[in-house]
Design a protein around this ligand. Sequence first.
Ligand code: GTP
Length: 303
Amino acid sequence: MKRKVLLMGASGSGKTSMRSLIFANNPASLTSRLGATIDVEQNHVRFLGDLILNLWDCGGQDAFMDSYLTTQRSTIFQQVGVLIYVFDVESQEMHKDLEYYRDCLEGLRQYSPNAAVFLLVHKMDLVRDKGVTFDRKKQELKEQSDKGYPRPTAITVFGTSIYDESLYRAWSSIVHTLIPNAAVLSKHLTMFAAACSATEVILFERTTFLVIATSTARPNATDSQSDLDPTRYERTSELIKAFKHSCSRVREEFHSLEMELPEFTAVLDEMTKNTYVLIVVHDPTIETAALKFNVRMAKKKFE
Ligand code: GTP
């Protein structure tokens, strides 16, 4: 199954940087060396075995944008599953950015009216008052989006930066909309969590370490379970990606991780060819070896 994802936005807004971080495991510090994208760079990213993300990174210089909206219009906008539009939070040309954005929405309405739309207010690390700035931008973007026509699918706005976990939160949410059996996976993970007496179980995609699905909280969740940090998923993605990068620098391959702390035990292990599972347990009597054994036993179910 192939899903087309359009990555658009003004030149220099950060599209190629985020792509290289999420899909190519490059560190944020190397993104300043990336050159401008010429026309469209197409990539096929295998995601979860049979889902292929056909990622169209569309260079954002005016001449290219004009061409996408005229001569290449039908090629660009047809059969789109998701449009990701990136706005530089410090853009000096917001008026022009918004004009192009509205034109792209119109192209989408014509050729792919059911595509999901995600807007990223990017480079949030550059602003001081993040909350206020993001709310203002979000409001502005929602108003601009509503100017055209009522969309059948909602438009979601995220604040992102390549220098923290916010990028993983946004991208996990984006790919989540493309995974056909996400609800079934979550159900299986909830059963698996109960079998492990785990507080929580999280499934990550192998290359990107984006979150694919999580177990749902048990009805009789104790305090330690309801106290969990709401940014824990994206922070784990970011940390593991950084760790994997460090491993590759010393020519080691990352396989699995075990943590036994006074407060909790965690095991991160390969679940299938394309996924990793993280099991978090707050019961001190449960051994990591037992959790790893359970992963081995559950593999078939998740393949
Ligand atoms: P085109 O290919 O011309 O369309 O540009 P692009 O949108 O692909 O921009 P690119 O990814 O090449 O990034 C431009 C610059 O922005 C690079 O120097 C990046 O290091 C920088 N950048 C990307 N993301 C961030 C971010 O979150 N914060 C900050 N401060 N800089 C960023």
